[in-house]
Structure formats: C-alpha cells, structure tokens
Design a binder for this molecule. Structure first.
Ligand SMILES: [Zn+2]
Length: 241
C-alpha cells in the first residue's frame, strides 16, 4: 500500500471519529444549555413576583399606619365628646366619629384584600422556587457528568486534530488539499472499492478504471461522487463467519 493510501485510510478513520465527537459535543452543549435556560426562566419569574410582593408589603404598611392614625383621631374625638357642652357639639363629634369608623373599616377591608393577594403571590413564589430547585437538582445531576463528558470530548477532539495534522504533514500536499475540499462538500473525502462499486455512493466504476486501481496502488476519484478512491482487497473470512 502506498504511503499516501495509508495516510488517507488513517485520515478517513480520524475524520469520521472527529465528526462524531463534534456531534456529541454539540448534543452535550444543547442539553446543558436547555437546562440553564429553564433555570433562568424560573429565576426571572421569581424576581418579578418578589418585586410585586415588595410593592404589596409597602401598601400594607401604609394602610396599617393609616389605621393607627385614624384610631388615634378616634380617641381624640372621644375626648372631645366627653368635653362637649351642647347637643350641637355632641352631634358634630358623633358624625366625625362615624366618618372615622367608616374610614377605618374601609382601610381594614383593604388590608384584608392585600393580605389575600400577598398570600397568593407568596404561594406562587414558593411553587416557582420549588420548581427551580427541582430543575437545579436535575441540572446538578446532569451538569457535572455533562461537563466532564464535554471536557473529555474536547480532549478527544484535540487529540484527533493533532493526529490528523501529523498525518497531513506526511502526505502529498495537493492530494491532502483535494481530500479536504471533497470532504468539505461531501462529508467524507475518501472511499474504497473492492468489487468495482464505490463503497460511498454505490455506483459501478468503469471496468478500465477498476482494473487500473486494482493492478497498482494508485488513488483516483470516483466519477460519480468525486471522492478519492483506491482499491481495498477483500477482507479474509474471519473465524466467526
Ligand atoms: Zn462514489
């Protein structure tokens, strides 16, 4: 076997491995990316709801402060009532107190509504936080191994890239460039024939071409798929078959 044929055979093996390594890297990144996106979605929701809850708490405090100050006013009115001398004065203070009691009731109703709203938001935040925790747990379970796998795959890729450039250096350079340009278009740059058909595109080679490449170790191109092609002798039958 010529050294170029040997190099091409090695390149084909490494490039096929490299392709599957890169596909696995892409898959591993997609898995990790999807989990991280889900987590971010939950986090954004939680932040939004906590802001809403903060606004509600501010309104609750204001309402409580109002109730306190109106209750104090009511005390003053009671004192005024005790000091009032005429019926007119007493009636006026009574109206004032009625008004205040009504205002206090309204504010207290409002506080109840705010409490209910706050409870609902707190429940939602709890649910979201629970879901976030669950996804985070899943991510942690997957993240470590996925990252380790990713690092391993990146190492594999680097090793394969180094290996292929070492092989490329030993090759006839125009041949290597041709291999690269065919590989870029077809996904693989080289094929073989054992019985006169191209193993990549399964088209029959012209008999003269097949005879020529079977006779001597030369590299040609498949007329159908353009891949570099050389003759591979039939595999000897194995003990198992
Ligand atoms: Zn072909």
């Amino acid at each position: 076997m010529s050294t170029d044929i040997k190099a091409l055979a090695q390149l084909a093996i490494i490039d096929a491995a490299l392709k599957s390594t890169e596909e696995e890297i892409a898959k591993a990144r997609t898995t990790v990316g999807a989990l991280e996106q889900t987590i971010r979605g939950h986090e954004v929701k939680i932040v939004g709801q906590k802001t809403q809850l903060g606004d509600l708490e501010k309104r609750q405090k204001e309402a409580h402060a109002d109730v306190r100050s109106m209750t104090q006013q009511l005390e003053h009115s009671r004192d005024k009532m005790n000091r009032s001398r005429t019926e007119r004065e007493t009636n006026a203070v009574q109206r004032e107190m009625e008004e205040l009691r009504k205002l206090i009731r309204d504010r207290e109703n409002e506080i109840e509504k705010l409490n209910a709203e706050a409870k609902q938001i707190t429940d939602t935040v709890d649910t979201e936080t629970g879901a976030l925790g669950q996804v985070k747990g899943e991510l942690d379970t997957l993240h470590g191994p996925a990252n380790a796998k990713l690092a391993e795959l990146e190492n594999d890729r680097q090793r394969q890239v180094d290996e292929r450039s070492a092989i490329a250096k030993t090759m006839n350079q125009p041949l290597f460039r041709k291999y690269e340009s065919i590989r870029a278009k077809r996904g693989s740059g080289v094929t073989t024939t054992t019985d006169g058909t191209c193993k990549a595109c399964h088209m029959a080679l012209a008999p003269q071409l097949f005879h020529r490449i079977r006779r001597e170790p030369i590299i040609e191109q498949c007329p159908s798929c353009n891949r570099l092609i050389y003759f591979a002798p039939p595999e000897p039958p194995t003990a198992a078959s």
